[in-house]
Design a protein. Structure first.
Length: 166
């Protein structure tokens, strides 16, 4: 039971994290928009950078990019909270039923992993060369979140031990 409670608690922590992220991005839209704006403009990458043709200048495209990130985070948040409820309901169920209840959690954690790896590490970091910026570089934070979510994903993927009562 303790392993199941740990899985549930860590999943709830991720759902809570995404709730705070979405709340912050909506209530203080301009702060994180500045980050996205500068990454997409590539205005703090190395001087003489030959990849500057990739910079995204139209403000409407920057806004759509940022709104897309917020929507992705909100979807992840909803999936994670649904997963928390599903796992909580199956907490005392047989191992197979508890494992089946993990489906929503795997969807939420996959969405989270893809957000960090695709949007931040790949697109932001490599396409828009965010790694070159000393000011607007979110690679370390993205890797940290990718790793944290990945650890929870792996823990959740561990098979449920079958008890003698089943």
């Amino acid at each position: 039971m303790m392993l199941r409670l740990g899985k549930l608690a860590l999943l709830a922590a991720i759902a809570f994290f995404y709730t705070l992220v979405v709340f912050n991005n909506i209530t203080d839209y301009a702060s994180n928009y500045q980050f996205v704006h500068h990454v997409l403009l590539m205005d703090t990458t190395f001087p003489g950078n030959h990849g500057m043709w990739r910079a995204l200048h139209p403000a409407i495209l920057q806004t759509l990019f940022y709104d897309g990130i917020i929507a992705w985070e909100a979807m992840t948040m909803v999936l994670a909270w649904v997963a928390v409820v599903k796992l909580a309901r199956a907490l005392r169920a047989p191992a197979a039923a508890f494992h089946h209840a993990k489906t929503w959690a795997f969807a939420a954690l996959t969405a989270a992993e893809l957000l960090w790896f695709v949007a931040f590490i790949s697109v932001g970091g490599e396409w828009f060369l965010m790694w070159q910026s000393k000011i607007w570089n979110g690679q370390d934070a993205a890797f940290r979140m990718f790793t944290c979510v990945g650890i929870v994903f792996l823990l959740l993927a561990l098979p449920e031990p079958v008890t003698e009562q089943e």
